[in-house]
Ligand binder design. Structure first.
Ligand code: XUL
Ligand code: CO
Length: 439
């Protein structure tokens, strides 16, 4: 690969060494890209992706302290840094053995003082990205527009009370969709960071939701006009930065999409740390989105269950990864989506190699989750127990409820004939005990 400089010196391609000891954290022990499970290669079940904003733009600053992460690619003018960063990123993807990456328009290229200048910056950087993609085979899992960081968006982008701001967001989105087409992105994500409110006293929620739906409709029309073949995804999050965000969780977004007739054009990008912020269990929104055929992709990270904010940690808990992979297997895979590590090393993890250790650990956690979920599926014990639990809907009156042909009069006649139903144990502990034997 023709990079001008090696950024991750002393680190070569990460190998699969299943018998390596616990001390060796620079190899995969579970993730074997080419190994076939349930008729598909591991890399195709998992479709791992590295995110640009945390891994290459993150500097470890937080509201209480300044930069702790000093990256060698952040040198020179903003455009020089952006080029270095892109070269470093592709070196990282290759050494890690990951085939996809994700980025916001403004992490790839710095924002200029006009829309035209921002677009020119993006043109230059995406020319280089295209070249690096062709050299390495690494592809864009998804691209997104940053419609939340610039001060103009402080009161929202698509839900801003000022149509001038909405117009800026639309102009930025138009370029973002052109970039998605240029780089062959497989998906395009909308995360509404400022689409919500802090006070209902100054907010017309009905107007804002309608404007947001119309903004999405413009995106659908432009996508069709330019022949962009990618899946649109909305990423739910309940709060942070807004006190209340409209895309609260999977079910709110599904309801919104159906209400405005957008559900054929969008699926969901579920981030478990957002799901837990909404007060649900880790896998809840993955399962809910999947149940409605709306699970498009996963921002694979985790929070701390004992904290109330988005810590974007690398997912290391194999119980969680098993539950996620079980849902993904049940829906037949995630393609064209993938498992994108929207996760950041801690600001105290200051070595460059920590970026590798974090990704390798998370990839192994997901590979192990996949192996567990495959055994669970192949054994068929738990799925069989669930099927049996609902077996009364397979014939007679239950079947007619299932098909939607039963009436309340039928219910009354049935009860008069059959009387009180018998009490049946839910057996939760039995399910939990069996599940534990697979992780
Ligand atoms: C914010 C978040 C974003 C989106 C893309 O919590 O998850 O990084 O994934 O804008
Ligand atoms: Co995310």
């Amino acid at each position: 690969m023709a990079t001008e400089k090696e950024y991750f010196k002393g680190i070569s391609k990460i190998p699969y060494l299943p018998s390596a000891g616990p001390h060796d954290v620079m190899c995969f022990k579970q993730y074997n890209a080419e190994e076939v499970l349930l008729g598909r290669k591991m890399e195709d079940w998992l479709r791992f992706s590295v995110c640009y904003w945390h891994t290459f733009c993150g500097i470890g600053a937080d509201p209480f302290g300044s930069q702790t992460l000093h990256r060698p690619w952040n040198q020179g003018t903003p455009m020089e840094s952006a080029r270095n960063r892109l070269n470093a990123a592709f070196e990282f993807f290759n050494k890690l053995g990951v085939k996809y990456y994700t980025f916001h328009d403004r992490d790839m290229a710095p924002e200029g003082s006009t829309l035209e200048e921002s677009n020119r910056n993006l043109d230059q950087l995406t020319d280089l990205a295209l070249q690096l993609q062709a050299q390495t085979g690494v592809q864009v899992l998804w691209v997104t527009c940053n419609l939340f960081a610039h001060p103009r968006y402080m009161n929202g982008a698509a839900t801003n009370p000022d149509s001038h701001v909405l117009a800026y967001a639309g102009a930025q989105l138009k370029k973002g969709l052109d970039v998605a087409k240029k780089l062959g992105a497989e998906n395009f994500v909308f995360w509404g960071g400022r689409e919500g409110f802090y006070s209902l006293l100054n907010t017309d929620v009905a107007a804002e939701l309608k404007h947001m739906a119309n903004f999405f409709k413009m995106a659908v029309r432009y996508k069709e006009k330019i022949g962009l073949k990618c899946q649109f995804l909305i990423e739910p999050k309940p709060k942070e930065p807004c006190k209340h965000q409209y895309d609260y969780d999977a079910m709110s977004v599904i309801g919104f999409l159906k209400h405005y007739g957008l559900d054929d054009h969008f699926k969901l990008n579920i981030e478990p740390n957002h799901t837990t912020l909404a007060g649900h269990s880790y896998e809840h929104d993955i399962v809910m989105a999947s149940a409605f055929g709306m699970l498009g992709s996963v921002d694979s990270n985790t929070g701390s269950p004992d904290l109330g904010w988005d810590t974007d940690q690398f997912p290391m808990d194999t119980k969680n990864t098993t539950l996620v992979m079980k849902a993904i297997i049940e829906q037949g895979g995630l393609q064209p989506g993938g498992l994108n590590f929207d996760a950041k090393v801690r600001r105290e993890s200051t070595d460059l190699e920590d970026l590798f250790i974090a990704h390798i650990g998370a990839m192994d956690a997901f590979a192990r989750g996949l192996r567990n979920a495959v055994r669970l599926t192949e054994d068929g014990l738990l799925p069989g127990m669930v099927k049996e639990r609902y077996s009364s809907f397979a014939q007679g009156l239950g079947q007619r409820v299932e098909e939607g042909t039963a009436t309340l009069e039928d219910m009354e006649a049935y009860i008069k004939q059959n009387g009180e139903p018998k009490v049946t144990s839910g057996k939760q502990e039995k399910y939990e005990s069996i599940f534990n034997q697979y992780i």
